[in-house]
Ligand binder design. Structure first.
Ligand code: HEC
Length: 150
């Protein structure tokens, strides 16, 4: 028997005291069932934790590299146009006339513009993708760190 199974079988009364009434073999089966159920229940929790971490990573990059010039939680101009609601603009267009899409925005960030640095030298394409995803889905107003960023 795999050591993990043996551990569960031996200590299950401690882990899952509720099934202590079952006879030997049934108890083992019941324990294993509960054991895997517990693992299955834990998986989505971990997935959402990873999503939260991704968002935080993105936000930290935005905080370090974008808020110097752009607001994200209000529509005003800072040194540059606000990025609030970038993907929900009525015009649906970037300043360069291209449609606001994952690809055009990540291209803008990578290549920069006359008054904005090109980030392809300091960020990987994956990091830029995370930022784009954040601009698209992230609710900047919910990020507490923003309060210190003005
Ligand atoms: C040094 C200031 C500066 C920084 C830092 C900066 N930008 Fe910009 N950005 C600008 C300016 C200025 C413009 C307007 C175009 C121009 O004049 O070059 C702009 C334009 C944009 C646009 C197009 C906006 C529109 O309305 O079409 C996007 C998208 C953008 N920036 C994203 C970012 C992101 C994301 C970051 C951080 C990774 C960032 N910028 C960092 C100055 C900056």
């Amino acid at each position: 028997m795999h050591p993990a199974f043996r551990f569960v079988a031996r200590h299950s009364l401690f882990i899952f005291p509720g099934i202590g009434f079952l006879p030997g073999k049934l108890r083992l089966a019941g324990n294993l069932l509960l054991f895997f159920a517990a693992i299955l229940l834990a998986l989505p929790a971990q997935a959402s934790h990873e999503a939260a971490t991704e968002q935080q990573t993105a936000w930290q990059m935005v905080l370090e590299r974008c808020v110097l010039c752009h607001y994200l939680d209000r529509p005003d101009y800072k040194f540059a146009p606000s990025l609030q609601g970038l993907f929900n603009r009525k015009s649906g267009l970037l300043m360069n006339g291209k449609p606001v899409e994952d690809q055009t925005v990540s291209h803008w960030i990578a290549e920069g513009s006359p008054n904005m640095p090109a980030f392809k030298y300091s960020l990987t394409p994956q990091q830029i993708q995370l930022i784009v995803k954040f601009l698209k889905e992230g609710n900047a107003a919910n990020v507490p760190m923003l309060r210190n960023s003005r």
